[in-house]
Design a binder for this molecule. Sequence first.
Ligand SMILES: Cc1cc2nc3c(=O)[nH]c(=O)nc-3n(C[C@H](O)[C@H](O)[C@H](O)COP(=O)(O)O)c2cc1C
Length: 163
Amino acid sequence: MAIANEAKAKGSVIKEFRVNSLKNVKGCQSCYGCKKAGKCVVKDDVSEILDAMREADNIIVATPLYFGHATSQYRTVEDRFFGFLGGDFVPNIDSNKKVAIVVTCGSGLEGAQKTAAEIEGVFAGFFKMNVVGKIVKGGMMAPNAAESDTAVMAEAKAIGQKL
Ligand SMILES: Cc1cc2nc3c(=O)[nH]c(=O)nc-3n(C[C@H](O)[C@H](O)[C@H](O)COP(=O)(O)O)c2cc1C
């Protein structure tokens, strides 16, 4: 949230989504409907996230590390990004967006770095977006641990300034 707060202080309007709070969540059905429709055709609560991502100037994504991977919540939404690739597999989402990535973990920093790089690969590789900052941080076991970490907060502020 600290990245978003900084962007907000600069005048950005923030739309925040927590996948855990959504009731109706479906994974990608591999229906390839998006390749005809130009967007994901599955209609559920994730649709609002995908629409907001299309409209947004910038995107911030965050996930903790679970068993060395992004969480199932994050991955479920990420698979639905398939609708951002057209029938020709060329992005149909504006690539002129800046992206910030946050991956927190208990101790598996190597896994968190790999996960952050994989997420970057999706945004920069597939959608040609500009990843302006990544926060990869271990020792985040307690709820809201990042908020009391001044170094992380400074990092977040600096990334928020770039958005
Ligand atoms: C199911 C589960 C699996 C986890 N797996 C890992 C892991 O593989 N490596 C690691 O360093 N931390 C692991 N953790 C710790 C979380 O990454 C860490 O607590 C996280 O930063 C919590 O973020 P949150 O407060 O936003 O949920 C795991 C935690 C849970 C609940």
